[in-house]
Write a protein that binds this ligand. Structure first.
Ligand SMILES: [Zn+2]
Length: 142
């Protein structure tokens, strides 16, 4: 990877991190206002749960972006954290904060399916090798 490439990714990551932390701050303010105004406590609780989940995803993504910026400083950006193979440029363009090559990412996804899925920037292929989740999981998940 060239210095120009690194500078480009650093700029992309920094912009994304700034946008994200701004959005997260705004969301936190909105949640507080909603809590003060709302009449329906049940609905409020549901909305708050969703909001917390969204914030949680946002913060996870922010951490991944910050870790990627750290890797740029350390000099191992674009290298898979597991097998040390080079992460393909088209993957980095789609997911500049990617920490793993595609092969290792699939293994990681299998281990931590829920939390990796919510920060992934591309649609996951339907899983055919797992049993159907219970109905409640379908309603909660997203
Ligand atoms: Zn790898």
């Amino acid at each position: 990877m060239t210095v120009a490439d690194l500078n480009k990714y650093r700029a992309v990551l920094r912009t994304r991190a700034a946008e994200l932390s701004q959005a997260l701050r705004r969301r936190e303010e909105i949640s507080v206002e909603a809590a003060a105004d709302a009449m329906d406590q049940t609905l409020l609780a549901v909305e708050r749960d969703m909001e917390i989940e969204n914030l949680d995803r946002g913060y996870k993504l922010l951490r991944q972006i910050q870790a990627a910026l750290g890797r740029i400083n350390k000099g191992n950006y674009g290298q898979c954290l597991k097998c040390e193979a080079e992460i393909l440029p088209n993957r980095l363009q789609a997911v500049p904060w990617a920490a793993f090559c595609v092969g290792c990412q699939e293994n990681v996804d299998r281990l931590q399916e829920r939390c990796m899925r919510c920060t992934a920037a591309w649609p996951q292929p339907p899983r055919t090798d797992s049993v159907m989740p219970p109905q409640s999981a379908l309603l909660v998940g997203g």
